[in-house]
Design a protein around this ligand. Structure first.
Ligand SMILES: *Cc1c(COP(=O)(O)O)cnc(C)c1O
Length: 480
């Protein structure tokens, strides 16, 4: 990309982020920490096989820099699209330190200290979700694998029955049900993107489904299913309740806040479900490679029983590999999450709570500005920090095909402008769009709207700038 125009008014003098300073301070400390530890074991004679040719490396390094420069600026408020942001410097430093040691959290032999940190953070996550001391869980490499594991446990406990989820649930539920050869069915969501519990009730009545998946923070709209109202379905139909809180699970820390800004009762009800998945690499400030699955009843651990001839020799204590489908996993992920939760504790008013609240305020502020706009239409009021909207074609009476084209144009114009803004699109079917905007003309089955995930606190001070840029992009898209 050529010559980026400095975003006027975005950053007042002296208000620059201290992220760079935190990285400069912490990354050398990570290296020093490991160097000191390595030296304590006595010297090691090096081996020429590991030497690198300076010139060859220099050349490749330059190419690496070019390749890295090809990314979108996830760290910047300009990036107001997908669910992406860099890890907190604290997480990066802990990850670097532990990664240089490279523990494997499959078994205690592979990483005793990192396994202990994993147990600590899983305990903290269980506490945050209200699951209590009886819960069993572990980190995973992703939310998808964590959900796979919860669905696998569901299948072991209800071998003849399938899985029910909403049409707004993450697409990997259908895929993982196929992997597990479980019958799967999607029931409709309401106009706000939440599962229709009456439809779920009717679908469960036949007894064909043994598990209901609820979503706390859908990937598209950030909608939180009414988990509190779904609890009675477990008793009535004898099903398991699994919550996919990959995106929204961390918002549970705000349920105790004086001004929570989140749907309190549904998030609190996660505590009463059978299993919960949460992704520290989404809202826990972690680098990718960090999901988590938690089970309310630790007795599901018996389902994992297996014998491995090469591991588990060091102690009788439970090995994480004994309660997880994956084998090798980065112990560094546990260390990074551990240090992060020490430095930024999962509490309502400070630490993680302050991080999450800033994004929620940013989303509400942007939604308010979009509601007042003549050029843009808010799609739904954000329940969390995801805002969806589209250009007002024909004064709000446009055809779905024209809205699709104008939303797509906003995305393209934003990415190529000299003062760029990176957005994302969400495809919605006609029923969802018309339920919210009855004036629209229904000429095609679905249309894309624009979606901005405001998951960085840095978005909060940037909202006036962002709203102005979105209006300019909408005006250009409507002209095009
Ligand atoms: C992101 C997401 C997933 C998938 O998690 P990965 O970590 O990307 O594999 C599942 N469910 C929801 C609700 C998500 O937002």
């Amino acid at each position: 990309m050529s010559a980026i125009r400095p975003p006027s008014g975005l950053v007042p003098a002296g208000a620059e982020s201290d992220r760079a300073a935190q990285l400069a301070r912490l990354l050398p400390r990570a290296r020093e920490l490991v160097e000191r530890w390595e030296r304590s074991w006595g010297p090691v004679q090096g081996h020429p096989a590991l030497a690198v040719d300076d010139q060859r490396l220099e050349c490749a390094w330059k190419e690496l820099a070019d390749r890295i420069a090809g990314h979108y600026p996830f760290f910047h408020p300009r990036f107001a699209g997908q669910m992406l942001k860099p890890p907190h410097p604290v997480a990066a430093a802990a990850y670097l330190a532990a990664m240089l040691v490279n523990p494997n959290n499959h078994a205690l032999d592979g990483g005793p200290a990192a396994s202990e940190m994993e147990r600590d953070v899983v305990g903290r996550l269980a506490g945050m979700l209200g699951l209590g001391a009886g819960a069993l869980g572990h980190l995973t490499s992703s939310g998808t694998i964590a959900n796979l594991e919860a669905l696998w446990v569901a299948r072991e406990l209800h071998p003849e029955r399938g899985v029910l989820f909403s049409e707004q649930a993450h697409y990997t539920h259908a895929r993982m049900c196929a992997v597990l050869r479980m019958p799967a069915r999607a029931v409709p969501a309401d106009a706000e993107g939440r599962i229709d519990l009456d439809a779920a009730d009717r679908a469960l009545a036949g007894g064909d489904y043994g598990t209901l998946v609820l979503t706390a923070g859908t990937t598209g709209l950030g909608a939180v299913d009414r988990i509190d109202e779904a609890l009675e379905l477990r008793e009535r139909h004898g099903v398991r309740l699994h919550v996919d809180a990959a995106y929204g699970g961390f918002f549970a820390v705000l349920t105790d806040a004086s001004e929570p800004l989140v749907p309190v009762a549904p998030l609190r009800a996660m505590a009463q479900c059978d299993s919960v998945v949460v992704d520290p690499h989404k809202h826990g400030l972690q680098p990718y490679g960090c999901g988590a699955v938690l089970f309310a009843d630790a007795r599901v651990g018996r389902l994992y029983k297996h014998e491995s001839p090469y591991t588990y020799f060091t102690s009788d204590a439970l090995h994480l590999g004994e309660i997880s489908l994956e084998c090798s996993r980065a112990g560094a992920a546990a260390a990074a999450l551990w240090l992060t939760l020490e430095a930024l504790p999962p509490t309502a008013e400070e630490g993680l709570g302050a991080v999450l609240s800033a994004g929620l305020r940013a989303a509400r502020e942007l939604a308010g500005r979009l509601t007042a706009s003549e050029l843009l239409e808010l799609h739904v009021a954000p329940e969390l920090d995801i805002v969806t909207y589209f250009p007002r074609v024909d004064g709000g009476a446009g055809a779905l095909s024209a809205i699709d084209a104008a939303s797509t144009a906003m995305l393209e114009l934003g990415a190529t402008d000299a003062d760029p803004v990176f957005l994302s699109l969400l495809r919605l079917d006609r029923a969802a769009l018309l339920a919210r905007h009855p004036g629209l003309r229904d000429d095609v089955a679905a249309a894309a709207v624009v979606r901005s995930v405001l998951m960085k606190p840095e978005h909060e001070p940037a909202v006036p700038w962002l709203a102005e840029r979105l209006e300019a992009l909408a005006a250009a898209a409507l002209r095009a």
